[in-house]
Unconditional design. Structure first.
Lengths: 220, 220
DNA sequence: AGGTCAATTTTGTGATCACATTTTTCGATG
DNA sequence: CATCGAAAAATGTGATCACAAAATTGACCT
């Protein structure tokens, strides 16, 4: 197999295991909507594309499957999940439950520097929309939300939410290309205003609508 | 390795893979509080106790680690998690967020047969308390809740909640043996009454207090 | 053309091995 | 008696292999 070619200077974590690299790589592809729903993957293919054997690929797949990022067929085949409309709505309602709570917990700790950072992420988000780039759009949108939620100091809740995002990743890409979004999500402004005003109720409402509204265009 | 000795008649799922058997076995041990926090496990030991090689043991551990049921040390050692007080409270507040919602969704579909079944599970729960049996107590308590939530028809939300239960499993055992519970959890009665009355607000409140109250005795 | 079935290829599973690292053991030393 | 350090044991990681099951292919027949 390939010599794996680790360049320590470029990695955040100094010594990543092979399985960890595969896991992070696949996870990002799924969460950022780089894969369409139903995309088939194979252990040998994953291994080859990361320059490792089947073993670390298998472990990464098990992990991601446990998080709902991938699904296994009865015969063990690996694909990105194809969600039913009911499932999409359920996941959206979980977001609507968790995200206002996380935002509310972050509110008291959200200083101006944080709001400025969110503002600049939101501008990158607008650029992604202008460039019709779905992956950048999804990535910056999640980054906008995560930047806020990190301040909530609630790692378990954020962890749960990220598995929900993971499950929605491929579907979000599909939805994005379907609705051909042309304007920025209107609720990000409301979120920023509520943060600046320190208005908990307005913040919760802004998040609930932001999260819910994006997935209202199903009609499959 | 051992011939694995599968007896199809005794298994619910007809053809379980080795990894699946290990996963289910470990998962139950963790969720039902059969393992104290900080219990060390080894891949070879797990494999031996299930009559399989390291490979399926490793996959099961990866899966359970992804669900928060087990933790990995920096050197890859496997233990059941030892939760900080902050983490316990955070997990409790997640329960307090999800469980009233699941109960509310189940309410309209909760017929009398379901309530009767919950009642009988609650009696088994009382017996477990009388017998000072922590594992039976935890098991029947979770079964009481899960029986209700299954009616919510919200598999993703229930799945998330089960990972929270998993994370709390070893800690619940520790808390149980610490407080030496002697009387039945008072809120199960309130839950049943609210179900019978079809009172959504009362049901939500009963669950929130039931879930929160059990973990108020920390004081580590 | 379309369908059927056998041959072939692809794929996941589980076991085993070599290896590096960590942990434990245990004796020597102060 | 405690502490340090070296030897020994235990452990996780990744690669490879054999095998069975599944999916694909392609020839053949109707």
């Amino acid at each position: 197999m390939q010599p794996a070619l680790i360049r320590p200077g470029l990695n955040d974590a100094p010594a990543q295991s092979a399985h960890e690299r595969v896991y992070r790589g696949l996870r990002q592809q799924v969460m950022h909507g780089e894969l369409n729903p139903g995309t088939a993957l194979t252990l040998r293919g994953i291994g080859k594309s990361f320059g490792v054997s089947m073993t670390p690929a298998r472990e990464a797949v098990r992990r991601l499957t446990a998080e709902g990022a991938l699904s296994l067929s009865a015969s063990g085949r690996v694909t990105t999940p194809e969600l039913s409309n009911e499932r999409i709505e359920e996941l959206a309602s979980i977001r609507a439950l968790l995200e206002p709570e996380l935002a509310s917990r972050a509110l008291r700790r959200a200083h101006l520097a944080l709001i400025d950072r969110m503002e600049s992420i939101n501008e990158a988000n607008a650029r992604a929309i202008h460039n019709q780039n779905p992956v950048d759009y999804i990535r910056t949108n999640l980054e906008f939300h995560r930047t806020l939620y990190l301040r909530a100091q609630s790692p378990a809740m954020l962890g749960l939410l990220e598995t929900v995002w993971l499950q929605l990743g491929p579907t979000m890409r599909m939805l994005y290309t379907r609705i051909r979004r042309t304007t920025a999500p209107p609720h990000h402004r409301l979120i920023l205003e509520a943060l600046r005003a320190g208005d908990d109720a307005a913040l919760r409402l802004a998040l609930r609508t932001d999260v819910t509204q994006g997935l209202r265009h199903l009609q499959v």
